[in-house]
Ligand binder design. Structure first.
Ligand code: 13P
Length: 329
């Protein structure tokens, strides 16, 4: 493990004014996104869509890194491999390495993320293909009697094992324990669950000797569930989010990059802005958005070549707004 390389990559991922584009939708998820614009996902349509995003002129001013899916990291854009294409633009290529959240046996409604089997060998290959960082997403669901301690523990343990394996190969792990925002819970419940989850995650990371300076945390914001009748204002979300992290995230972690989790692009932008307005955070507070960065561009693109320019404008426009939200004032 080369700690200097890990630190350098982690800092580059959260460089000022930049964040990460999560474009690592699995085959199933990209089809779900394409359903909205009525097109079929195939390797060709997938790369056409992603080329539209990655080739947007000046995207490198707002995007430090892109999380790729296994299919994409092996594809080409204009005759150049996707990782090389991104690197030529000064963007770090990353890779989703988990194999998805599956039902946790004996714990109805709860998930555990799989993908540790063979991970060392897969990481070796991804490194050869050019990956500088990786992502693993754990899913914590809020509901009646859940999350259970067992579910949080099981997910925290695999996140830590994944992170250690990445660092062994000088790949920066993005550690993503996502507390879902879909239920009817209040912001207070989200705060409680997020606190408990992050505490356990950092406990397991320490147990596995993960170097905190060489990782990036990708959490949810502390926010009311989408079905909660009482929605918190951005200032409240920001306050609860920063307070939660100050309580449980070690200062030495270089950056926190939020997921958007189904918030609208404006909501995800506004909340990030308010979060960054609060002074005194020891970490870079940035973004690793999937839907919030892509939704407007996807709609504008609609699967048609003639819409590429319009879609890129929508994409860059959103990237710029989110980038500005990192340094308000
Ligand atoms: P969203 O921003 O759409 O939640 O996606 C981020 C991500 O990478 C989830 O794993």
């Amino acid at each position: 493990m080369d700690i200097a390389t890990l630190k350098q990559t982690a800092l580059a991922m959260v460089a000022s004014g930049k964040g990460i584009l999560a474009a690592d939708e699995s085959s199933k998820t990209i089809q779900k996104r394409f359903d909205k614009i009525g097109i079929q996902s195939t390797p060709d349509t997938n790369i056409a869509y992603r080329k539209m995003l990655f080739s947007a002129d000046g995207v490198e001013d707002y995007v430090s890194g892109v999380i790729l899916y296994d299919e994409t990291i092996r594809q080409n854009i204009d005759g150049v491999s996707v990782p090389k294409y991104l690197e030529n633009k000064g963007i770090l290529p990353g890779i989703k390495v988990d194999k998805g959240a599956l039902d946790l046996a004996n714990f109805p409604e709860e998930k555990v993320t799989e993908g540790l089997d063979g991970l060392r060998a897969r990481l070796t290959e991804y490194k050869e293909l050019g990956a500088k960082f990786a992502k693993w997403r754990a899913v914590i669901t809020i509901g009646s009697g859940i999350p259970t301690d067992l579910c949080i523990e099981a997910n925290a343990e695999v996140l830590a094992r994944y992170a250690a394996l990445c660092q062994e190969q000088d790949i920066v792990p993005i550690v993503e324990p996502e507390v879902l925002m879909d239920a009817d819970n209040t912001i207070e419940v989200c705060r409680e669950v997020t606190t408990k989850t992050l505490k356990k995650v950092f406990e397991r990371l320490a147990a596995h000797k993960v170097v905190l300076e060489g990782m990036i945390l990708k959490p949810n914001m502390v926010i009311a569930g989408k079905k909660c009748p009482v929605q918190a204002m951005p200032k409240e979300v920001a306050k609860a989010t920063v307070e939660t992290f100050l309580e449980v995230v070690p200062k030495i972690v270089p950056g926190i990059v939020f997921l958007s989790g189904g918030q609208s692009p404006d909501q995800a932008t506004e909340n990030l802005y308010e979060i960054n307005l609060i002074p005194g955070s020891p970490w870079q507070l940035s973004y690793s958005y999937g839907r919030a960065l892509q939704d407007e561009a996807l709609t504008a693109w609609a699967g048609k070549d003639e819409n590429v320019k319009k879609a890129q404008e929508a994409f860059l426009n959103r990237c710029k707004k989110v980038s500005l939200a990192r340094s308000p004032g």
